[in-house]
Ligand binder design. Structure first.
Ligand SMILES: [Zn+2]
Length: 350
């Protein structure tokens, strides 16, 4: 069976991705980069398009045609935004192909009935699947690739939410459900271990080839569980992405801030919070001054106490809302000042 996938080594909290250049990732970083944002959806769109355009899609399925189709998928899936994600996607798709090509015909036809049922119940991307043509076969593999993809993303999202201590009830329930399902080890595709011998040092080493999104998530979480690095959720309310950090005080992620994509949350958001605080206290100051003027007027004009008190209570009731409108950018500052200034003694109003 051909093994294709993301090849890496793991030591002391660091994953080293083996490719032309070796790249190091702190434990959990690969997960956060692969499973968040658009990357996996872009890749899956490419794979899906590849299947639709496959020139041998109407050919009768043979071992030679499968070989050809595997080369075709590997050649076309040249997504280069993030190499580890591309390798993982290729690995997952080729694994599905290899698992199905190894079946004898009676097992295959039995499985196909189940697969067609599953496609219908779970609303999977394709239902015209089978073992007759290359196209049918690729669509069958895509459905299985898709299930692996969604399982990986689900496990990542639910586990990260729970482990970062930020899970809402629905996420906690989802996590419990997934953990119960993963008790069955056959659910998670295996990871292949490869050994190597380094002649210069005379030592053996081993690397892992990961060809499943779900297995990747389990691999990383098993290391995160025993690591000083913890998973956290960005406190920028418009971001909420997961990231990893050793410091328990880390609040914001290193991904682009939704409010300002040229800057990362950990750079942008603390400044934003500070500026908001300064602006809010400026507005509070203006409200306090407006009230102060009315209190003075009440002392000077005891006969008009009733009217002034009405103005004061109007300020007390509506000022917080007006202030929030200014902070949200819905009310211009000049209008806010005008509104404050309109609260004054009757005869002072011209
Ligand atoms: Zn963030």
């Amino acid at each position: 069976m051909r093994v294709n996938g993301l090849t890496l080594t793991y030591k002391n909290g660091v994953n080293t991705v083996l490719a032309k250049n070796r790249t190091n990732f702190q434990v959990g970083d690969l997960l956060c980069q692969i499973f968040q944002g658009q990357t996996l959806y872009n890749i899956s769109d490419i794979v899906r398009n590849c299947i639709g355009m496959c020139p041998m899609r109407d050919n009768t399925l043979t071992q030679n045609e499968i070989e050809e189709a595997e080369r075709y998928i590997l050649k076309l899936l040249l997504y280069d935004d993030f190499f580890p994600a591309q390798r993982l996607a290729q690995g997952s798709f080729i694994r599905c192909m290899e698992e199905y090509r190894a079946l004898d015909s009676s097992t295959a036809s039995r499985l196909l009935i189940q697969e067609k049922e599953r496609a219908m119940i779970n609303d999977l991307p394709f239902d015209n699947i089978g073992f007759s043509t290359v196209g049918e076969f690729l669509r069958l593999c895509y459905n299985n690739y898709y299930i692996d993809l969604i399982s990986g993303i689900n496990l990542f999202t639910a586990t990260s939410a729970v482990w970062s201590g930020t899970a809402i009830e629905k996420e906690q329930a989802h996590y419990d459900e997934l953990c119960a399902a993963l008790h069955d080890s056959s659910v998670v595709p295996g990871i292949v271990m490869q050994t190597s011998y380094d002649a210069s040092t005379g030592t053996f080493g081993c690397s892992f080839v990961i060809s499943s999104f779900l297995a990747m998530a389990v691999f990383e979480f098993s290391h995160l569980a025993e690591s000083a690095t913890k998973i956290r959720r960005c406190q920028n309310p418009e971001c909420r992405k997961f990231f990893t950090a050793k410091r328990s005080s880390a609040k914001y992620c290193g991904f682009p801030a939704p409010q300002c994509p040229g800057r990362t949350c950990n750079d942008y958001y603390p400044q934003f919070v500070y500026r908001e605080k300064v602006r809010a206290s400026e507005l509070d100051h203006l409200i306090k001054n407006a009230k102060g003027r009315l209190y003075n007027a009440r002392r000077r004009h005891p006969k008009q106490v009733e009217g002034i008190d009405k103005q004061l209570s109007d300020l007390t009731i509506y000022a917080p809302n007006k202030k929030q409108q200014v902070l949200d950018g819905a009310l211009p500052m000049t209008d806010f000042r005008k509104w404050l200034d309109s609260h004054k003694l009757e005869e002072e109003i011209e």
